[in-house]
Each structure stands twice: as structure tokens, then as C-alpha cells.
Design a protein around this ligand. Sequence first.
Ligand code: HMG
Ligand code: MG
Length: 302
Amino acid sequence: MNTPARVKVIDVGPRDGLQNEKQPVPAAVKIELVHRLQAAGLKEIEVTSYVSPKWVPQMADNHEVMAGITRLPGVAYSVLTPNLKGFEAALLDQPSEIVVFGAASEAFSQKNINCSIAESIERFAPVVEAALAKGIAVRGAMSCTVGCPYEGDISPERVAYLAQLMKGIGVQRVDVADTIGVGTPRRVQAAIEATLQHFGIDEVSGHFHDTYGQALSNTLAALEMGVWNFQSSVAGLGGCPYAKGATGNVATEDVVYLLHGMGIDTGIDLDALVDAGAYISEQLGRPSGSRVARALLAKRAS
Ligand code: HMG
Ligand code: MG
């Protein structure tokens, strides 16, 4: 076991978490959420995406949200950019990192970004080049690395193929995403193993949705391989609009509780994080999706 002593948790709640909300979430609430996350000690926050507002209306306020954030030194603010149009829009807001997002499944690539895997790489290549030329970091999200809502099981070979394409265009690090949360530990490890053919362990993050309740087990399985970057959403917010039925990311509170319980340092104040989750849950008018947050809030109340 190579369990790391320290883990970086990347909260993707403002983007992955809120992109799928049916009710409008005011930009001011998104900004306040980012402020609370950074106050809780998060050092990386995925804030928004520069995608078509017809496809994902909830992210149409990207400029307003990015402009409204009071940035803290040492905190990275990442945004999704699927093409040059998105990248040029994002550039105005000076993100720390941009994320191109592809899929290991052809069908998901078509449904999510309206092009094949090969076409997506052609679109990403100039985005990656332009970002690197401007000194902006580049991450690649790899969706459906275990299962696809349209194609079913996805083999590790297809994950390795996508990772190789991402590496080939200059993507610096990648997320191994279980978009629909169907993965179990050995299958997730196989997807990570496939990715490690092309990226180093420091360049791989785990991004696990919790639809089948496996995300914490999958996090532990990835940790045991030495993965030390993980994406999660405060209060377990989220889901992808093009992965129907998939629930949110694993809750950041749950991941942090797991890590601290194992003696792994995150730099995050769990109590402040629970407050951030309580804030957004209240704004959305529903209980937190985090078991840890619900337990700690109940303990506080008693
Ligand atoms: P398209 O329709 O193929 O694009 O969409 P197009 O180039 O043909 O343009 C069509 C229209 O979209 C034009 O406008 C463009 O200007 C506009 P019109 O002339 O019709 O008025 N357009 C844009 N507008 C704003 N920003 C842009 C942009 N590009 C074109 N960047 C496109 C292609 C990728 C834009 C579209 O499919 C799209 O926006 N998809 C959204 C996908 C998305 O956001 N999905 C959720 C995020 S991914 C995710 O959640 C998974 C992840 O969490 C990991 C995991 O869990 O798996 C990352
Ligand atoms: Mg996701």
C-alpha cells in the first residue's frame, strides 16, 4: 500500500455540483459558496464552465461568478472549456487552470459535447496549446472510465487510449471520472492503472460520483494506489445533465472525514466545510447529501 500522508481535495461543487440544478441558483450564492469553501481551507475549487448556455443554462453566469470571487493567494480556480470559444471567454476571467473534458465512451462524448472522441481531441488541442502559451495550467477530465449510461461497461484499454490522446496534446494532469457512479474498487483501480500508463501518480485525480454508494470505497481503493488528488462536491451536490440518473459527486465532507480518520492531512477545517455545505443545502432547500455533514449537524443540535 502506498497510502499518501497528505491529500489535495478539489471541490467541484460550484461547477459539477450546481450545473445540473433545475432551479436558478443566483450568482451571488455561487460566489458565497466559493468564499466559504476557500475559508474552510480548500486550495482548489472548480468554479464554473464556459459551455453553451443552451446546453447547460445553469453555468451561463460564468463571467459574473468569476468576477465576483475574492481570490485568495494559494488557491487555484479552475473552469471547464470544451473548445476555443469557451477558452477565449474564460481567458477574460483569468482562471488558474482550464479543464478540457473528454470521455472514454464514444456515445457519451457525442451526447455530452456533440462530437466523437477523435474530434474532441482535435478541438482540445488548440485550447491546450493556447492555455499553456499563456501560462495557464491544463487538466483533462476523462468521463465514463468505468461505465457509460449508453454503452455499459468501459474497458481499461479505452481509458488508456483516451489518456494517451490527452497526453499527446499536452494535457498536464487528468481526472479519472466515474461519471455515473457505477464503479467498484477493483474496476476503478483498473481504470487508474490504465491511466498510469501515460500519466504519473501525481498527475492523476479521482473523480467519483456516488450513485451506487461506492464512491468512498473507490476513493480508498485509489488512495491505496498512491493517488493523492481527489475531486468531490460539498454536500454531495451534482451530476451531469448528459448522464441521466447519475447523482452527485462523493461529498467533500465524507472524503475529508475518511482522510482525517486515517491520519491523512488535507488542510481542511471539517467544521467550516460542514457550514459551507449547510449554507448551500439551505439555499437549495434540501438536506445535505453528505452523511458526515448530517451526522455532525445532528450532533451539534443535540
Ligand atoms: P455544438 O452545438 O456542437 O457547438 O456544441 P457548435 O460549435 O456547433 O456551436 C453551436 C452553438 O453553440 C453556437 O451558437 C455557438 O456559438 C455556441 P449559436 O450560433 O447556435 O447561437 N457555442 C458556445 N457557446 C458558449 N460557450 C461555448 C460554445 N461553443 C459553442 N464554449 C458544445 C458543442 C461543447 C459547446 C456543447 O455540446 C456544450 O456546451 N456541451 C456542454 C457539455 C457540458 O457542459 N457537460 C457537463 C460538464 S462535463 C461533466 O460534468 C463531467 C465531469 O464532471 C467529469 C465526470 O464526472 O465524468 C467533468
Ligand atoms: Mg462529474
